[in-house]
Design a protein around this ligand. Sequence first.
Ligand code: FAD
Length: 288
Amino acid sequence: MYSAEFDYYRAKSVAEAASLLRKHKNSRLLAGGHSLLPAMRLRLASPSALIDIGGIQALAGIKAKGQSLEIGALATHGEIAASAAVRKVCPILAEAAGEIGDVQVRNRGTIGGSLAHADPGADYPTVLLALDATLSAAGQKGKRQIPVEKFFRDIFTTALKAGELLTSVRLTGYGAGTGGCYLKHRHPASSFAVVGVAAIVEVEDGKCQSVRVAVGGATSCPIRATAAEKSLTGQRPDAGSIASAASKIADAITEPIGDLYASGEYRRHLATVLARRALTTAVAKARS
Ligand code: FAD
């Protein structure tokens, strides 16, 4: 199908994009186009204007300082997967980016577009939740920081206000003694996560000093599995303690998504299985 007709603008700066968004009420930003354009062709979205942000240099690139990363909203999945800086201080993010879609999707799709689109099956939201990332937004009224746990509000709904752009993602990576693992049960056609689990574990003196677990795809927004985290923190990570922590995840998924691909009950079960495997791998990486 063809999309409905629309006007096209190419913004040269964040300020110009914000101004165009304000001026054209039914407009949408265009980044990689890999979620928006299919939705337009299916007439699920019919914006009257597209504001192309692809040429805004301020939104591009990945900056690293020690273990801190600032990833521009226009960084593509391919750039993040291949970035030496991301692979060094935050390998879980590079690995997850490398598992998104196919080569074409990874070469065009951007981290900003993925987060703003807020598909429950997307991979970044889950990983960034486990990483306690902070998102930066800008609009006509200035800039603000949004903790990732406050960003996702519902399916395809975020905390971004009308006229705001996502500009970058900030996070602190991890070093020796900490391991991270993201695992997903991928949809065979798209690679989206039917369920995805991110686990980051710090092991010191044989015990878990800190444990972060996030689950995506099972509910409308990704969730932190706090009961599982608490269960494993301070414990020696062996098969028993990891299985016990993972078993607590099912209770956290109170309203699972059920659709043609997987029932809610199946997603809940998958989350527990993937959490056990992701925690086991994260612990092995922390010890290596
Ligand atoms: P666009 O499509 O350009 O925009 C998406 C939405 O975000 C639009 O509403 C747009 O207005 C808004 N937007 C874009 N940039 C900004 C910004 N900076 N600030 C505010 N709003 C903005 N994703 C996964 O996570 N895992 C997968 O396995 C996966 N597989 C895929 C397979 C296929 C075949 C396809 C087509 C897509 C797949 N995706 C997957 C989605 C893909 O990652 C998209 O690239 C991503 O969801 C959207 O990024 P984009 O840059 O293409 O955004």
